[in-house]
Design a binder for this molecule. Structure first.
Ligand code: NAD
Length: 514
Protein backbone atom coordinates (compact mmCIF):
# COMPACT_ATOMS: atom_id res chain seq x y z
CA UNK A 1 0.00 0.00 0.00
CA UNK A 2 1.18 3.55 -0.72
CA UNK A 3 1.29 6.24 1.96
CA UNK A 4 -2.01 7.69 0.71
CA UNK A 5 -3.75 4.28 0.51
CA UNK A 6 -2.74 3.52 4.08
CA UNK A 7 -3.89 6.92 5.25
CA UNK A 8 -7.21 6.54 3.43
CA UNK A 9 -7.96 3.15 4.93
CA UNK A 10 -6.98 4.15 8.44
CA UNK A 11 -8.99 7.39 8.30
CA UNK A 12 -12.13 5.63 7.06
CA UNK A 13 -11.74 2.86 9.65
CA UNK A 14 -11.33 5.32 12.51
CA UNK A 15 -14.58 7.07 11.60
CA UNK A 16 -16.46 3.93 10.59
CA UNK A 17 -17.03 5.21 7.05
CA UNK A 18 -18.22 2.47 4.71
CA UNK A 19 -17.87 1.84 1.00
CA UNK A 20 -21.38 3.27 0.51
CA UNK A 21 -22.60 5.96 2.89
CA UNK A 22 -26.12 7.30 3.30
CA UNK A 23 -26.23 11.05 2.80
CA UNK A 24 -29.45 11.53 4.75
CA UNK A 25 -30.14 12.16 8.42
CA UNK A 26 -33.36 13.46 9.91
CA UNK A 27 -33.87 12.13 13.42
CA UNK A 28 -32.14 8.95 12.28
CA UNK A 29 -29.92 7.71 9.49
CA UNK A 30 -31.95 6.23 6.70
CA UNK A 31 -31.57 4.98 3.15
CA UNK A 32 -32.16 7.83 0.72
CA UNK A 33 -33.37 7.31 -2.84
CA UNK A 34 -31.28 9.70 -4.95
CA UNK A 35 -28.35 8.83 -7.24
CA UNK A 36 -24.99 7.48 -6.09
CA UNK A 37 -22.09 9.93 -5.98
CA UNK A 38 -18.49 8.79 -5.74
CA UNK A 39 -16.18 10.91 -3.61
CA UNK A 40 -12.64 11.16 -4.97
CA UNK A 41 -9.57 12.41 -3.16
CA UNK A 42 -7.78 15.39 -4.72
CA UNK A 43 -4.55 13.89 -3.37
CA UNK A 44 -4.38 11.08 -5.91
CA UNK A 45 -7.71 11.11 -7.72
CA UNK A 46 -8.70 7.73 -6.22
CA UNK A 47 -12.24 6.94 -5.06
CA UNK A 48 -12.77 7.23 -1.29
CA UNK A 49 -16.35 6.09 -0.86
CA UNK A 50 -19.74 6.14 -2.55
CA UNK A 51 -22.54 8.28 -1.18
CA UNK A 52 -26.24 7.72 -1.76
CA UNK A 53 -27.77 11.17 -2.25
CA UNK A 54 -31.30 12.36 -1.34
CA UNK A 55 -34.41 12.48 -3.45
CA UNK A 56 -37.23 15.01 -3.09
CA UNK A 57 -39.23 12.51 -1.02
CA UNK A 58 -36.28 12.06 1.33
CA UNK A 59 -36.03 15.83 1.64
CA UNK A 60 -39.67 16.05 2.76
CA UNK A 61 -39.15 13.43 5.47
CA UNK A 62 -36.03 15.18 6.72
CA UNK A 63 -37.63 18.62 6.90
CA UNK A 64 -40.55 17.19 8.90
CA UNK A 65 -38.18 15.49 11.34
CA UNK A 66 -36.15 18.69 11.72
CA UNK A 67 -39.27 20.73 12.45
CA UNK A 68 -40.29 18.22 15.12
CA UNK A 69 -36.86 18.45 16.74
CA UNK A 70 -37.10 22.24 16.71
CA UNK A 71 -40.47 22.21 18.49
CA UNK A 72 -38.88 20.32 21.37
CA UNK A 73 -35.53 22.12 21.42
CA UNK A 74 -36.98 25.64 21.63
CA UNK A 75 -38.69 24.69 24.91
CA UNK A 76 -35.38 23.87 26.58
CA UNK A 77 -33.94 26.89 28.47
CA UNK A 78 -30.98 28.36 26.60
CA UNK A 79 -28.32 27.65 29.31
CA UNK A 80 -29.43 24.00 29.30
CA UNK A 81 -29.06 23.96 25.53
CA UNK A 82 -25.58 25.30 26.21
CA UNK A 83 -24.63 22.21 28.22
CA UNK A 84 -25.57 20.04 25.23
CA UNK A 85 -23.44 22.24 22.97
CA UNK A 86 -20.55 21.84 25.38
CA UNK A 87 -20.88 18.06 24.99
CA UNK A 88 -20.66 18.55 21.22
CA UNK A 89 -17.46 20.55 21.69
CA UNK A 90 -16.03 17.87 23.98
CA UNK A 91 -16.80 15.21 21.38
CA UNK A 92 -15.00 17.25 18.73
CA UNK A 93 -11.96 17.59 21.01
CA UNK A 94 -11.78 13.79 21.21
CA UNK A 95 -12.29 13.34 17.48
CA UNK A 96 -10.20 16.25 16.25
CA UNK A 97 -7.47 14.19 14.64
CA UNK A 98 -9.86 11.71 13.01
CA UNK A 99 -12.01 14.44 11.46
CA UNK A 100 -8.97 16.52 10.52
CA UNK A 101 -7.63 13.55 8.56
CA UNK A 102 -10.93 13.22 6.73
CA UNK A 103 -10.74 16.91 5.74
CA UNK A 104 -7.24 16.25 4.35
CA UNK A 105 -8.39 13.16 2.50
CA UNK A 106 -11.49 14.62 0.89
CA UNK A 107 -10.51 18.28 0.40
CA UNK A 108 -6.72 18.07 0.25
CA UNK A 109 -5.97 20.53 3.06
CA UNK A 110 -2.61 19.92 4.76
CA UNK A 111 -2.85 17.88 7.96
CA UNK A 112 -2.11 21.03 9.91
CA UNK A 113 -4.96 22.94 8.28
CA UNK A 114 -7.29 19.94 8.50
CA UNK A 115 -6.78 19.97 12.28
CA UNK A 116 -7.26 23.75 12.27
CA UNK A 117 -10.64 23.27 10.60
CA UNK A 118 -11.81 21.05 13.48
CA UNK A 119 -10.26 23.35 16.09
CA UNK A 120 -12.45 26.10 14.67
CA UNK A 121 -15.50 23.89 15.28
CA UNK A 122 -14.37 23.33 18.87
CA UNK A 123 -13.80 27.05 19.42
CA UNK A 124 -17.25 28.00 18.16
CA UNK A 125 -18.93 25.22 20.19
CA UNK A 126 -17.45 26.59 23.42
CA UNK A 127 -18.23 30.15 22.35
CA UNK A 128 -21.86 29.10 21.75
CA UNK A 129 -22.01 27.43 25.15
CA UNK A 130 -21.06 30.76 26.78
CA UNK A 131 -23.45 32.60 24.50
CA UNK A 132 -26.32 30.43 25.73
CA UNK A 133 -26.19 32.44 28.98
CA UNK A 134 -25.88 35.79 27.24
CA UNK A 135 -28.86 35.97 24.89
CA UNK A 136 -29.84 39.35 26.19
CA UNK A 137 -32.51 41.88 25.27
CA UNK A 138 -32.77 45.61 25.98
CA UNK A 139 -34.99 47.89 28.04
CA UNK A 140 -35.56 51.15 26.19
CA UNK A 141 -36.88 54.39 27.69
CA UNK A 142 -40.51 54.92 26.68
CA UNK A 143 -41.89 58.38 25.82
CA UNK A 144 -45.15 57.49 27.56
CA UNK A 145 -45.78 57.48 31.36
CA UNK A 146 -46.10 54.03 32.97
CA UNK A 147 -44.85 52.34 29.83
CA UNK A 148 -41.94 50.06 29.20
CA UNK A 149 -40.26 49.18 25.89
CA UNK A 150 -38.45 45.86 25.68
CA UNK A 151 -36.56 43.91 23.10
CA UNK A 152 -37.04 40.18 23.31
CA UNK A 153 -35.59 37.40 21.12
CA UNK A 154 -37.07 34.10 19.97
CA UNK A 155 -35.70 31.26 17.87
CA UNK A 156 -36.54 31.40 14.16
CA UNK A 157 -37.18 27.68 13.51
CA UNK A 158 -35.25 25.68 10.93
CA UNK A 159 -32.06 27.27 9.61
CA UNK A 160 -31.00 25.94 6.19
CA UNK A 161 -27.21 25.89 5.94
CA UNK A 162 -25.71 25.41 2.46
CA UNK A 163 -21.93 25.17 2.53
CA UNK A 164 -18.98 25.39 0.14
CA UNK A 165 -16.35 22.69 -0.28
CA UNK A 166 -13.38 24.63 1.04
CA UNK A 167 -14.45 24.92 4.69
CA UNK A 168 -16.33 21.65 4.73
CA UNK A 169 -17.24 21.62 8.43
CA UNK A 170 -16.07 24.84 10.13
CA UNK A 171 -18.60 27.03 8.32
CA UNK A 172 -21.43 24.64 9.19
CA UNK A 173 -20.40 24.82 12.84
CA UNK A 174 -20.24 28.64 12.86
CA UNK A 175 -23.88 28.55 11.88
CA UNK A 176 -25.06 25.47 13.70
CA UNK A 177 -23.53 25.96 17.13
CA UNK A 178 -24.85 29.53 17.30
CA UNK A 179 -28.25 28.52 15.88
CA UNK A 180 -28.45 25.70 18.44
CA UNK A 181 -27.74 28.10 21.31
CA UNK A 182 -30.51 30.33 19.94
CA UNK A 183 -32.99 27.41 20.01
CA UNK A 184 -33.10 26.67 16.28
CA UNK A 185 -32.72 23.40 14.40
CA UNK A 186 -30.40 23.13 11.38
CA UNK A 187 -30.79 21.46 8.01
CA UNK A 188 -27.38 21.08 6.33
CA UNK A 189 -26.75 20.73 2.63
CA UNK A 190 -23.00 20.37 2.20
CA UNK A 191 -21.11 20.68 -1.06
CA UNK A 192 -21.17 17.28 -2.73
CA UNK A 193 -17.38 17.66 -3.05
CA UNK A 194 -17.20 17.59 0.76
CA UNK A 195 -20.13 15.33 1.62
CA UNK A 196 -18.04 12.70 3.42
CA UNK A 197 -16.75 15.25 5.91
CA UNK A 198 -20.36 16.24 6.55
CA UNK A 199 -21.32 12.60 7.08
CA UNK A 200 -18.33 12.06 9.40
CA UNK A 201 -19.21 15.13 11.49
CA UNK A 202 -22.89 14.22 11.65
CA UNK A 203 -22.17 10.62 12.69
CA UNK A 204 -20.24 11.85 15.71
CA UNK A 205 -22.43 14.76 16.72
CA UNK A 206 -25.84 13.15 16.29
CA UNK A 207 -24.64 10.36 18.56
CA UNK A 208 -23.67 12.99 21.15
CA UNK A 209 -27.06 14.69 20.85
CA UNK A 210 -28.68 11.33 21.47
CA UNK A 211 -26.59 10.49 24.54
CA UNK A 212 -27.21 14.00 25.91
CA UNK A 213 -30.96 13.35 25.66
CA UNK A 214 -31.39 16.26 23.23
CA UNK A 215 -33.73 16.15 20.23
CA UNK A 216 -32.04 15.54 16.86
CA UNK A 217 -31.67 19.20 15.94
CA UNK A 218 -29.07 18.66 13.22
CA UNK A 219 -30.19 17.15 9.90
CA UNK A 220 -28.36 16.37 6.70
CA UNK A 221 -29.43 16.31 3.05
CA UNK A 222 -26.69 15.41 0.61
CA UNK A 223 -27.46 16.20 -3.00
CA UNK A 224 -26.78 18.55 -5.86
CA UNK A 225 -27.03 22.30 -5.45
CA UNK A 226 -29.58 22.52 -8.23
CA UNK A 227 -31.90 20.05 -6.56
CA UNK A 228 -31.42 20.00 -2.76
CA UNK A 229 -30.05 23.56 -2.62
CA UNK A 230 -32.98 24.92 -4.63
CA UNK A 231 -35.49 23.04 -2.48
CA UNK A 232 -34.06 24.74 0.62
CA UNK A 233 -34.00 28.21 -0.90
CA UNK A 234 -37.65 27.89 -1.99
CA UNK A 235 -38.96 26.23 1.17
CA UNK A 236 -41.23 28.47 3.26
CA UNK A 237 -40.73 26.18 6.26
CA UNK A 238 -37.13 27.41 6.38
CA UNK A 239 -37.27 31.06 7.46
CA UNK A 240 -33.50 31.57 7.35
CA UNK A 241 -31.01 30.29 4.78
CA UNK A 242 -27.32 30.72 5.44
CA UNK A 243 -25.44 30.29 2.19
CA UNK A 244 -21.67 30.06 1.76
CA UNK A 245 -20.32 29.75 -1.76
CA UNK A 246 -19.56 31.63 -4.94
CA UNK A 247 -21.10 34.98 -5.75
CA UNK A 248 -22.78 33.57 -8.85
CA UNK A 249 -24.61 30.85 -6.87
CA UNK A 250 -25.37 33.33 -4.08
CA UNK A 251 -27.05 35.60 -6.59
CA UNK A 252 -29.47 32.80 -7.58
CA UNK A 253 -30.18 31.68 -4.02
CA UNK A 254 -30.69 35.15 -2.57
CA UNK A 255 -33.34 35.86 -5.20
CA UNK A 256 -35.36 32.74 -4.45
CA UNK A 257 -35.14 33.25 -0.68
CA UNK A 258 -36.16 36.91 -1.03
CA UNK A 259 -39.03 35.98 -3.35
CA UNK A 260 -40.70 34.11 -0.50
CA UNK A 261 -39.69 36.82 2.02
CA UNK A 262 -37.26 34.51 3.77
CA UNK A 263 -34.06 35.84 5.31
CA UNK A 264 -30.62 34.94 4.08
CA UNK A 265 -27.08 35.22 5.35
CA UNK A 266 -24.77 35.40 2.34
CA UNK A 267 -21.07 34.57 2.63
CA UNK A 268 -19.81 34.80 -0.95
CA UNK A 269 -16.60 35.18 -2.91
CA UNK A 270 -13.69 37.46 -2.04
CA UNK A 271 -10.93 39.18 -3.97
CA UNK A 272 -8.79 40.17 -1.05
CA UNK A 273 -5.81 42.49 -1.16
CA UNK A 274 -2.90 43.40 1.07
CA UNK A 275 -1.22 46.81 0.93
CA UNK A 276 2.48 46.69 1.76
CA UNK A 277 3.78 50.16 2.54
CA UNK A 278 7.33 51.49 2.61
CA UNK A 279 6.98 51.64 6.42
CA UNK A 280 6.23 47.94 6.80
CA UNK A 281 8.14 45.37 8.78
CA UNK A 282 9.23 43.46 5.69
CA UNK A 283 9.60 40.07 7.44
CA UNK A 284 6.05 40.24 8.82
CA UNK A 285 4.68 41.43 5.47
CA UNK A 286 6.38 38.64 3.52
CA UNK A 287 5.09 35.96 5.88
CA UNK A 288 1.59 37.45 5.97
CA UNK A 289 1.28 37.71 2.20
CA UNK A 290 2.79 34.26 1.64
CA UNK A 291 0.41 32.61 4.11
CA UNK A 292 -2.56 34.51 2.69
CA UNK A 293 -1.89 33.48 -0.88
CA UNK A 294 -0.50 29.96 -0.47
CA UNK A 295 -2.42 28.42 2.46
CA UNK A 296 -5.12 25.94 1.40
CA UNK A 297 -3.55 26.30 -2.09
CA UNK A 298 -5.29 29.66 -2.43
CA UNK A 299 -8.72 28.10 -1.90
CA UNK A 300 -9.90 30.24 0.99
CA UNK A 301 -12.57 32.89 0.58
CA UNK A 302 -10.08 35.14 2.40
CA UNK A 303 -7.00 34.15 0.36
CA UNK A 304 -4.79 37.08 -0.65
CA UNK A 305 -5.31 37.51 -4.39
CA UNK A 306 -3.75 40.96 -4.88
CA UNK A 307 -0.78 42.60 -3.21
CA UNK A 308 -0.28 46.35 -3.65
CA UNK A 309 3.33 47.30 -2.95
CA UNK A 310 4.94 50.70 -2.49
CA UNK A 311 7.15 51.71 -5.39
CA UNK A 312 10.24 52.26 -3.22
CA UNK A 313 10.30 48.69 -1.82
CA UNK A 314 8.69 46.97 -4.79
CA UNK A 315 11.80 45.29 -6.21
CA UNK A 316 13.07 43.96 -2.89
CA UNK A 317 9.64 42.79 -1.68
CA UNK A 318 8.67 41.11 -4.94
CA UNK A 319 12.01 39.36 -5.44
CA UNK A 320 11.92 38.01 -1.87
CA UNK A 321 8.28 36.91 -2.23
CA UNK A 322 9.20 35.12 -5.46
CA UNK A 323 11.85 33.11 -3.57
CA UNK A 324 9.23 32.09 -0.98
CA UNK A 325 6.80 31.06 -3.74
CA UNK A 326 9.48 29.00 -5.48
CA UNK A 327 10.56 27.30 -2.26
CA UNK A 328 7.07 26.54 -0.89
CA UNK A 329 6.81 22.80 -0.81
CA UNK A 330 4.04 21.54 -3.08
CA UNK A 331 2.97 18.01 -2.39
CA UNK A 332 0.88 15.39 -0.71
CA UNK A 333 -0.97 17.14 2.14
CA UNK A 334 -0.47 14.09 4.36
CA UNK A 335 3.24 14.91 4.48
CA UNK A 336 3.74 17.35 7.39
CA UNK A 337 6.40 19.21 5.37
CA UNK A 338 3.91 20.15 2.64
CA UNK A 339 2.79 23.78 2.48
CA UNK A 340 0.75 23.69 -0.74
CA UNK A 341 -1.56 20.74 -1.32
CA UNK A 342 -3.77 19.98 -4.33
CA UNK A 343 -6.70 21.91 -5.75
CA UNK A 344 -10.10 20.34 -5.18
CA UNK A 345 -10.57 18.78 -8.63
CA UNK A 346 -9.46 18.73 -12.27
CA UNK A 347 -11.94 21.48 -13.15
CA UNK A 348 -10.31 23.79 -10.58
CA UNK A 349 -6.90 23.13 -12.18
CA UNK A 350 -8.32 24.02 -15.61
CA UNK A 351 -9.86 27.24 -14.26
CA UNK A 352 -6.54 28.21 -12.64
CA UNK A 353 -4.58 27.63 -15.86
CA UNK A 354 -7.21 29.43 -17.93
CA UNK A 355 -7.11 32.47 -15.60
CA UNK A 356 -3.33 32.69 -16.06
CA UNK A 357 -3.67 32.51 -19.81
CA UNK A 358 -6.32 35.26 -19.76
CA UNK A 359 -4.25 37.42 -17.40
CA UNK A 360 -1.26 37.08 -19.73
CA UNK A 361 -3.36 38.09 -22.70
CA UNK A 362 -4.42 41.20 -20.74
CA UNK A 363 -0.79 42.19 -20.09
CA UNK A 364 0.16 40.21 -16.94
CA UNK A 365 3.75 38.99 -16.56
CA UNK A 366 4.28 35.64 -14.86
CA UNK A 367 7.17 35.86 -12.36
CA UNK A 368 6.94 32.21 -11.34
CA UNK A 369 4.65 29.17 -11.40
CA UNK A 370 1.29 29.00 -13.11
CA UNK A 371 1.66 25.48 -14.46
CA UNK A 372 0.66 21.96 -13.38
CA UNK A 373 2.90 20.44 -10.70
CA UNK A 374 4.16 16.89 -10.78
CA UNK A 375 4.00 15.42 -7.34
CA UNK A 376 5.90 12.21 -7.04
CA UNK A 377 3.73 9.14 -6.82
CA UNK A 378 0.43 11.07 -7.01
CA UNK A 379 -0.32 11.00 -10.72
CA UNK A 380 -4.07 11.56 -10.41
CA UNK A 381 -3.76 14.50 -7.98
CA UNK A 382 -4.73 18.08 -8.81
CA UNK A 383 -1.49 19.91 -8.12
CA UNK A 384 -0.38 23.28 -9.50
CA UNK A 385 2.64 25.52 -8.99
CA UNK A 386 1.63 28.79 -7.24
CA UNK A 387 1.81 31.76 -9.55
CA UNK A 388 3.11 35.23 -8.80
CA UNK A 389 2.16 37.66 -11.54
CA UNK A 390 3.01 41.30 -12.16
CA UNK A 391 -0.22 42.98 -13.16
CA UNK A 392 -2.07 46.28 -13.34
CA UNK A 393 -5.47 46.99 -11.79
CA UNK A 394 -6.99 47.80 -15.18
CA UNK A 395 -6.66 44.12 -16.22
CA UNK A 396 -10.28 42.92 -16.12
CA UNK A 397 -9.39 39.50 -14.74
CA UNK A 398 -7.96 41.02 -11.56
CA UNK A 399 -11.54 41.95 -10.63
CA UNK A 400 -12.45 38.27 -10.48
CA UNK A 401 -11.82 35.62 -7.85
CA UNK A 402 -9.66 32.78 -9.19
CA UNK A 403 -9.89 29.98 -6.64
CA UNK A 404 -6.27 28.88 -6.52
CA UNK A 405 -2.75 30.12 -5.69
CA UNK A 406 -2.56 33.06 -8.08
CA UNK A 407 -1.30 36.36 -6.67
CA UNK A 408 -1.33 39.61 -8.69
CA UNK A 409 1.29 42.20 -7.73
CA UNK A 410 0.54 45.89 -8.24
CA UNK A 411 2.73 48.94 -7.63
CA UNK A 412 1.62 52.21 -5.96
CA UNK A 413 3.06 55.64 -5.07
CA UNK A 414 0.62 57.19 -2.56
CA UNK A 415 -1.48 55.43 0.07
CA UNK A 416 -4.63 57.07 -1.32
CA UNK A 417 -3.84 55.47 -4.69
CA UNK A 418 -3.26 52.09 -2.99
CA UNK A 419 -6.61 52.31 -1.19
CA UNK A 420 -8.32 53.27 -4.44
CA UNK A 421 -6.87 50.18 -6.13
CA UNK A 422 -7.72 48.11 -3.10
CA UNK A 423 -11.41 49.11 -3.14
CA UNK A 424 -11.86 49.02 -6.91
CA UNK A 425 -13.04 45.39 -7.13
CA UNK A 426 -16.67 44.24 -6.80
CA UNK A 427 -16.00 42.00 -3.79
CA UNK A 428 -15.46 43.22 -0.20
CA UNK A 429 -14.48 40.39 2.11
CA UNK A 430 -11.02 40.70 3.70
CA UNK A 431 -8.15 43.18 3.57
CA UNK A 432 -4.76 43.89 5.13
CA UNK A 433 -2.25 46.65 5.49
CA UNK A 434 1.35 46.02 6.45
CA UNK A 435 2.77 49.14 8.07
CA UNK A 436 4.34 50.30 11.32
CA UNK A 437 3.06 53.85 10.77
CA UNK A 438 0.15 54.82 13.00
CA UNK A 439 -1.27 57.30 10.49
CA UNK A 440 -1.28 54.81 7.63
CA UNK A 441 -2.88 52.15 9.80
CA UNK A 442 -5.59 54.51 11.11
CA UNK A 443 -6.43 55.70 7.60
CA UNK A 444 -6.80 52.11 6.38
CA UNK A 445 -9.16 51.07 9.18
CA UNK A 446 -11.22 54.29 8.92
CA UNK A 447 -14.24 54.98 6.68
CA UNK A 448 -11.79 56.37 4.11
CA UNK A 449 -9.84 53.12 4.07
CA UNK A 450 -10.71 49.50 3.34
CA UNK A 451 -14.29 48.86 2.23
CA UNK A 452 -14.21 45.24 3.42
CA UNK A 453 -15.99 43.44 6.25
CA UNK A 454 -12.66 42.25 7.61
CA UNK A 455 -9.79 44.70 8.05
CA UNK A 456 -6.38 43.54 9.27
CA UNK A 457 -3.21 45.33 10.27
CA UNK A 458 0.12 43.52 10.04
CA UNK A 459 -1.54 40.16 9.62
CA UNK A 460 -2.86 38.13 6.73
CA UNK A 461 -6.19 38.56 4.93
CA UNK A 462 -6.75 34.85 5.70
CA UNK A 463 -7.13 33.14 9.06
CA UNK A 464 -9.93 34.88 10.99
CA UNK A 465 -10.71 34.03 14.62
CA UNK A 466 -14.21 32.90 15.58
CA UNK A 467 -14.70 35.67 18.19
CA UNK A 468 -15.39 38.40 15.64
CA UNK A 469 -18.32 38.62 13.24
CA UNK A 470 -17.24 37.16 9.90
CA UNK A 471 -18.40 38.35 6.51
CA UNK A 472 -17.97 40.90 3.76
CA UNK A 473 -19.55 43.74 1.84
CA UNK A 474 -20.53 44.34 -1.81
CA UNK A 475 -20.63 41.13 -3.89
CA UNK A 476 -19.45 39.16 -0.86
CA UNK A 477 -23.08 39.41 0.21
CA UNK A 478 -23.17 41.40 3.47
CA UNK A 479 -23.70 38.40 5.79
CA UNK A 480 -22.19 38.10 9.27
CA UNK A 481 -21.62 34.81 11.06
CA UNK A 482 -19.71 33.35 13.97
CA UNK A 483 -18.79 35.65 16.88
CA UNK A 484 -19.67 39.11 18.23
CA UNK A 485 -23.44 39.68 17.96
CA UNK A 486 -23.92 37.57 14.79
CA UNK A 487 -26.29 35.42 16.91
CA UNK A 488 -28.97 38.06 16.36
CA UNK A 489 -29.28 36.81 12.77
CA UNK A 490 -30.50 33.46 14.08
CA UNK A 491 -33.34 34.89 16.20
CA UNK A 492 -36.52 36.89 15.75
CA UNK A 493 -36.60 40.25 17.49
CA UNK A 494 -39.82 41.40 19.16
CA UNK A 495 -40.18 44.98 20.26
CA UNK A 496 -42.54 44.74 23.23
CA UNK A 497 -44.48 47.71 24.62
CA UNK A 498 -46.03 47.26 28.07
CA UNK A 499 -48.52 49.72 29.54
CA UNK A 500 -48.76 49.24 33.31
CA UNK A 501 -50.75 52.45 33.93
CA UNK A 502 -54.47 53.18 34.12
CA UNK A 503 -54.64 55.41 31.01
CA UNK A 504 -53.95 54.86 27.36
CA UNK A 505 -51.53 57.60 26.29
CA UNK A 506 -50.63 57.30 22.61
CA UNK A 507 -47.22 57.68 21.00
CA UNK A 508 -46.33 60.98 19.29
CA UNK A 509 -49.00 62.71 21.46
CA UNK A 510 -51.79 61.45 19.18
CA UNK A 511 -55.27 61.85 20.72
CA UNK A 512 -58.11 59.42 20.14
CA UNK A 513 -60.88 60.14 22.65
CA UNK A 514 -63.70 57.64 22.59
P1 NAD B 1 -20.38 26.93 -5.09
O1 NAD B 1 -21.11 28.22 -5.22
O2 NAD B 1 -20.08 26.18 -6.31
O3 NAD B 1 -21.21 25.93 -4.14
C1 NAD B 1 -21.56 26.27 -2.82
C2 NAD B 1 -22.78 25.46 -2.38
O4 NAD B 1 -23.91 25.86 -3.14
C3 NAD B 1 -22.64 23.95 -2.60
O5 NAD B 1 -23.19 23.26 -1.50
C4 NAD B 1 -23.46 23.72 -3.86
O6 NAD B 1 -23.96 22.40 -3.97
C5 NAD B 1 -24.59 24.71 -3.63
N1 NAD B 1 -25.35 25.11 -4.81
C6 NAD B 1 -24.94 25.16 -6.11
N2 NAD B 1 -25.94 25.60 -6.90
C7 NAD B 1 -27.01 25.86 -6.10
C8 NAD B 1 -28.34 26.34 -6.32
N3 NAD B 1 -28.78 26.65 -7.51
N4 NAD B 1 -29.15 26.49 -5.23
C9 NAD B 1 -28.70 26.21 -3.99
N5 NAD B 1 -27.46 25.73 -3.73
C10 NAD B 1 -26.62 25.56 -4.76
O7 NAD B 1 -19.04 27.25 -4.26
P2 NAD B 1 -17.79 26.29 -3.98
O8 NAD B 1 -17.01 26.10 -5.22
O9 NAD B 1 -18.22 25.10 -3.21
O10 NAD B 1 -16.94 27.20 -2.96
C11 NAD B 1 -16.05 28.20 -3.33
C12 NAD B 1 -16.68 29.57 -3.27
O11 NAD B 1 -17.24 29.80 -1.97
C13 NAD B 1 -15.69 30.69 -3.48
O12 NAD B 1 -16.27 31.69 -4.25
C14 NAD B 1 -15.40 31.17 -2.07
O13 NAD B 1 -14.91 32.49 -1.99
C15 NAD B 1 -16.74 31.04 -1.45
N6 NAD B 1 -16.65 30.96 0.01
C16 NAD B 1 -17.04 32.06 0.72
C17 NAD B 1 -16.89 32.06 2.10
C18 NAD B 1 -17.27 33.26 2.92
O14 NAD B 1 -17.39 33.10 4.12
N7 NAD B 1 -17.46 34.43 2.33
C19 NAD B 1 -16.38 30.92 2.74
C20 NAD B 1 -16.02 29.81 1.99
C21 NAD B 1 -16.16 29.86 0.60
Amino acid sequence: MTLTENFRQETLDRLGINSTEQGAYGGKWFNPHGPIYTAHSPIDGEAISKIRLCSREDYEKIVSATRKAFEEWQEIPAPKRGTVIKALGDKLVKSKEDLGRLVTLEIGKTINEGNGEIQEMIDIAYFAMGLSRQLYGLTIASERPNHKLLEQWSPVGIVGVITAFNFPSAVWSWNSMIAAACGDAVLWKPSTKAALVAIGVMKLLTETLETSGAPPIFSLVCGSGNEMGSLISQDKRIPLVSFTGSTSTGRVISKSVAERFGKSILELGGNNAAIVTDKCDMEVALKGVAFGSLATAGQRCTSTRRVIVHDSIYSEFVSRLKVIFEKARIGNPIDPETLVGPLIDAEAVEKFLKAIETARSQGGKVLCGGVRANVNGEKGGNYVVPCLMEATPDMAITNQETFGPLLYVFRYKTLEEAIRIHNSVPQGLSSSIFTTDLREEELFISHKGSDCGIVNVNTSTAGAEIGGAFGGEKETGGGRESGSDAWKNYMRRHTVTINYGKDLPLAQGVRFDV
